[in-house]
Write a protein that binds this ligand. Structure first.
Ligand SMILES: Nc1ncnc2c1ncn2[C@@H]1O[C@H](COP(=O)(O)OP(=O)(O)OP(=O)(O)O)[C@@H](O)[C@H]1O
Ligand SMILES: [Mg+2]
Length: 262
């Protein structure tokens, strides 16, 4: 089973070219990382894969998304989830006024109470912290707990693939480790993972394969092990401060600026 993107071009508001030919594939038994600086097109890629471009006035103008060879990009967001592809959006979008359990309920498709109880229990088994806080208002959870809730909600649909957009953003190193371990165990349970991350060290420590995006293109693609030892990747993504990286669009700019500074 494979979830794949073929030579995808995406335009927002008919004028802004955000993807210019991105391709990747996620075999079901793997963790695939997508690295890239701010504005590279990572979130756009995820929106295109989950039927969410409409909401952002974007559309696919070339290429397609496929699931086991069948076209996926003609389906709406709910249809994509039904096909077994769930996602955790950038910035852990939980319903802040709802309780933890109410948030999980939103992620479930079933209406039978017995099914629901089983599903909650499965999630609480994976995320003991959510079990402890199941009646708490989600808005009062810590950042890390909210991220776990966002992942738990996506897992309520029992997806074959889980797509995560920067799950470690803004979290303390210890919490990032917990999230990382969770992703590994979700994958071990049979869910393919697409992990978008600017935290390359974290992503490459667990990924099987990685892609690098620059300016709307997938420009590099290699086993995670190869990327970990690649000198450009090390310099740009694994060294320097996050702030430095955020102000630069890609490795090329980074190198040019370095030359200029020296
Ligand atoms: N709704 C939108 N309307 C118009 N342009 C958009 C929209 N969303 C994104 N873009 C533009 O598309 C390009 C890619 O943005 P995208 O959010 O996909 O990048 P990203 O790699 O996820 O960046 P970040 O690391 O900051 O999250 C950027 O130039 C951005 O300004
Ligand atoms: Mg993004």
């Amino acid at each position: 089973m494979t979830l794949a993107v073929h030579n995808l071009e995406v335009v927002y508001e008919d004028v802004i070219l955000a993807l210019r030919g991105a391709s990747l594939s996620v075999p079901r038994d793997t963790i695939v990382a997508v690295l890239g600086a701010n504005g590279a097109g990572k979130t756009t890629l995820l929106r295109a894969m989950t039927g969410l471009l409409d909401v952002h006035r974007g559309k696919i103008t070339r290429g397609h998304v496929s699931l086991d060879g069948a076209t996926l990009d003609t389906r709406k967001a709910a249809g994509v989830v039904k096909s077994g592809v769930s996602q955790v959006m950038e910035g852990r979008r939980v319903f802040t006024e709802f309780t933890v359990e109410e948030n999980l309920r939103v992620g479930a498709h079933t209406t039978s109470a017995r099914d629901l109880t089983e599903k909650y229990d499965r999630i609480y088994g994976m995320f003991p912290i959510l079990a402890e806080r199941k009646n708490a208002i989600a808005g009062y959870l810590s950042g890390g707990e909210q991220q776990m809730l966002a992942i738990g909600r996506a897992m309520m649909a029992e997806p074959n693939y889980l797509l995560l957009d920067e799950p470690s953003l803004g979290l303390a190193p210890k919490i990032v480790e917990q999230i990382r371990d969770l992703i590994v165990s979700i994958n071990a349970g049979g869910t393919g993972i697409l992990l978008i991350e600017q935290n390359a060290a974290m992503a490459l420590s667990i990924a099987d394969h990685g892609y690098v995006m620059e300016n709307g293109l997938t420009v590099m693609d290699a086993p995670a092990e190869t990327l970990r030892s690649d000198s450009d990747i090390q310099e740009f993504y694994l060294g320097g401060t996050g702030e430095e990286r955020a102000s630069l669009r890609d490795v090329k700019h980074y190198k040019r600026r370095k030359r200029w500074l020296s």
